[in-house]
Write a protein that binds this ligand. Structure first.
Ligand SMILES: [Fe+2]
Ligand SMILES: [Fe+2]
Length: 160
């Protein structure tokens, strides 16, 4: 059984974000299952998780940009760090078949994701709700006023 499964405790009441997060949890579970099974499926599980995470983070960063967050804010910075690790591990798996590092990555992501969701993603979801941001259209009920300085933090307890 996957070490991390979706539950209402992970839901942030932002449907697009919650759907993406459910997909992330499922793909991480697929990678964990692949680690316990034959070697072949790890290739696709690793690549699927990497591709999905690139899109997942890019989506949140587009939303942050629309809401007036600075591009280098701590939430985006943490995404960049996690993506770098994911890419390095995918490369180590592809080139060297390093199973131990893939296993370590999966374990770290299981611990990292709930904290990230509860802090940085929750702060983003709250800002989206407060500002009336529609992720499907990109429209803001309360647009950022021209000349407003970018928001440098992410607004969460994990900000620092
Ligand atoms: Fe997220
Ligand atoms: Fe995030």
């Amino acid at each position: 059984m996957a070490a991390l499964t979706w539950s209402d405790a992970l839901a942030l009441q932002q449907p697009r974000m919650d759907t993406t997060h459910q997909e992330f949890v499922a793909l991480l579970g697929t990678l964990e299952a692949a680690l316990d099974g034959p070697v072949a499926p790890i290739d696709s599980a690793m690549e699927d998780l990497l591709a999905h995470t690139e899109a997942h983070f890019a989506q949140e960063e587009r939303w942050m940009q629309a809401l007036g967050f600075a591009s280098g804010n701590c939430h985006a910075f943490q995404h960049a760090h996690v993506l770098q690790v994911l890419r390095e591990v995918a490369s180590l798996w592809r080139n060297e078949g390093d199973l131990a590092v893939v296993r370590q990555l999966a374990g770290e992501l299981v611990k990292w994701f709930p904290v990230h969701a509860r802090t940085m993603d929750a702060a983003l979801a709250q800002t989206m709700a407060e500002r009336g941001f529609d992720p499907d259209t990109g429209r803001l009920a309360q647009p950022v006023a021209p000349g407003t300085a970018p928001v440098t933090g992410c607004g969460s307890a994990g900000c620092g």
